[in-house]
Ligand binder design. Structure first.
Ligand code: G6P
Length: 610
């Protein structure tokens, strides 16, 4: 993931910025750069590859100045080359570092070019630099220029901007991507996270979505999305070199849940070209395949179950989804499995590792869908698909599961296209649909308040059922898993249609049933399942898209008082959008019960034993 750092009022800004970039390394990157401003103007140093390359460049060509910005870039729009590394400079007078994707960059680039702007990179970010140059020319201060730029851009972003006309100021803004300010005596800093700021500041302001502002050496003038002056809390953090911080959240899990719009953005960006078209960094011929196997444990296994719905419906390719520890010992038939994909956040779960090895020995091509590039699975598999979730500290997986889902859907779209099930037009439609996911996830975050009273209720129960149909069935399984592992409440997930074949016997007055519903082809049958459960005394907790709730209430008026709605979306995206409330429900229930959310009893983040 891209990382941002900025400083004002530091005697040796470049040194401080380089140290900040080192602390951002964990996010992953493929190029880096620093720009500073001094009396003679802007100077920039950029390098592809490791930070040591940038450090060598700075050693031979040092940068002076007390104001500067730096960036680690994980290429999304535009390949890995020096010209695309940030800071990106327009007209030698505006320098920008940006994390996120400006969705309307093509149109803006066309308009700016027509007005005479000369672009030097392939990035979407460069439009920001030219828009700032234009807005500054229009007069007013840097805050006005920032507001004017924000009014023109769409998408997700965190950015910091230096302008020649305002040598002692930095413009900053965030939407969906994180950004924090670090306060110090006589100096001001900005960074992607508290970790980046850890060695320069112990007083941090975490910007909220839509915030923007102007930093000077001793003040931060901040505004909210409506342009009103914003006072944001200053959070004290203790310097903890090398550690990922909670950034003001109570738990890592809470922070990681909130990072998911950004994670989706980066996970998508990693598999998109400059035109937003999906591509895989693999030379895998899905057209010739008879079947694939998805291997995983825990939440990663459940991500595989969701992935099967997509691969089979979009690519007509059979998928065996296997609990890794079962697969490797049950002598599975391998003749129809051409590719085995190990799904693992850590890339170290022993069962998944061994199952993948077994599949490879039996002649299958092997792939690893992992979040840790340096992991054993990534090193041992023939093909690697990296998720861009960043470091996940909470033992119960949230954001890495989200990233797995994004990549599994991309995989299904690409395979479907290769196999001729999806034509060019449909593929394009799916690419556009996928691009809307970060925004949908951001909007789904608003469900938190509705969940609080439901969590208060659940914290008092002993047992709970989760129901879903179709692609929401594995999401129900994940909901139940999250609740039991975090809050120690017994929970089971079932396919709605299975209720009548046993679990309905459990229903008695007051049993909580969490029902997942979206406005898809399963709606009528799932609604019947909910009504059946309610008729037998269940307390229904409905987690559903807005239109599914409206439809359900029209058909069954008093269906429930406990409901959580998320934005309407294409049914293919429903597993991601509905995963946010189920994670929140488990998280909030557990915090109300006072359990150790980040390290639930008996659980480990990475299980490297059998
Ligand atoms: C452990 C963790 C789970 C995780 C599972 C698989 O059980 O507690 O959260 O889903 O391992 O881990 P992996 O790193 O392979 O995804």
């Amino acid at each position: 993931m891209c990382g941002i750092i900025g400083a004002i009022g530091c005697a040796h800004a470049a040194e401080i910025l380089l140290a900040g970039l080192k602390r951002l390394e964990y996010r992953g990157y493929d190029s880096a750069g620093i720009a500073t401003a001094d009396a003679s103007g802007f100077a920039v140093r950029r390098a592809v590859g490791k930070l040591s390359n940038l450090a060598s460049t700075l050693e031979s060509e040092p940068l002076s100045g007390e104001t500067g910005i730096g960036h680690t870039r994980w290429a999304t729009h535009g390949g890995v080359k020096v010209e695309n590394a940030h800071p990106i400079i327009a007209d030698a007078r505006v320098a920008v570092v940006h994390n996120g994707i400006i969705e309307n960059h093509r149109q803006l680039r066309r308009e700016l070019t027509a007005k005479g702007a000369v672009f030097t990179s392939d990035t979407d970010s460069e439009v920001l630099a030219h828009l700032f140059a234009e807005a500054i020319d229009a007069g007013g201060g840097l805050a006005e220029a920032t507001a004017s730029v924000l009014a023109q851009i769409e998408g997700a972003y965190a950015f910091a901007v230096m302008a020649q006309d305002f040598p002692h100021e930095l413009a900053i803004a965030r939407q969906a991507s994180p950004l924090a300010i670090g306060l110090a005596d006589g100096a001001m800093f900005v960074g992607s996270d508290a970790l980046a700021l850890g060695d320069v500041s112990e007083r941090i302001i975490f910007l909220k979505d839509g915030d923007y502002g102007v930093l000077t050496q001793d003040a931060a003038a901040l505004y909210d999305a409506e342009g009103r002056k914003a006072n944001r809390e200053i959070v004290a953090i203790s310097a903890s070199p090398g550690l990922v911080s909670k950034e003001g959240y109570h738990h890592f899990m809470e922070k990681e849940i909130h990072e998911q719009p950004d994670v989706a953005l980066h996970s998508l960006g990693a598999f998109q070209d400059a035109e937003g078209r999906l591509h895989l960094p693999w030379d895998v011929d899905f057209a010739a395949m008879k079947g694939v196997a998805y291997l995983g444990a825990g939440t990663s296994y459940l991500a595989g179950l969701v992935g099967r719905y997509w691969m089979e419906s979009l690519a007509d390719l059979p998928v065996a989804v296997e609990i890794a520890s079962e697969f490797r010992y049950r002598q599975p038939a391998m003749s129809q499995i051409n590719l085995a994909l190990g799904i693992s956040q850590s890339g170290e779960s022993l069962d998944t590792l061994m199952a993948l090895k077994y599949a490879g020995e039996k002649g299958a091509d092997t792939g690893a869908l992992v979040n840790v590039a340096s992991s054993t699975m990534a090193r041992e598999a023939k093909h690697v698909l990296l998720t861009r979730a960043g470091v996940e500290v909470g033992v119960a997986s949230t954001k890495s599961y989200m990233a797995q889902l994004v990549v599994l859907l991309i995989l299904a779209v690409v395979a479907g296209h290769q196999r001729g099930v999806i034509n060019d037009k449909l593929r394009r439609e799916m690419e556009v649909m996928l691009a809307s996911l970060p925004r949908l996830l951001g909007a789904s975050m608003a469900c938190i308040d509705a969940i609080k009273p439901i969590a208060t209720y659940l914290a008092r129960v002993n047992s709970c059922l989760y129901l879903g149909r179709g692609v929401l069935y594995p999401v129900a399984l994940e909901g139940a898993l999250k609740l039991k592992e975090l809050s120690y409440i017994h929970a089971e997930g079932y396919a709605g249609g299975e209720m009548k074949h046993g679990p309905i016997a459990l229903i008695e007055e007051g049993l909580p049933v969490v029902a997942l519903l979206s406005d898809d082809n399963h709606f009528p049958k799932m609604l019947s399942n909910i009504v059946e459960a309610k008729a037998r005394g269940a307390e229904i907790i409905l987690i559903a898209t807005e239109s599914a709730i409206t439809k359900a209430e029209n058909e069954a008026e008093t269906i429930t008082k406990m409901k959580v709605s998320v934005p309407d979306c294409n049914p293919l995206l429903a597993p991601m959008v509905l995963s946010l409330p189920i994670q929140q429900l488990a998280y909030q229930t557990a915090t109300q019960k006072g359990t150790d959310v980040d390290q639930p009893r008996n659980l480990a983040k990475s299980v490297t034993v059998e």
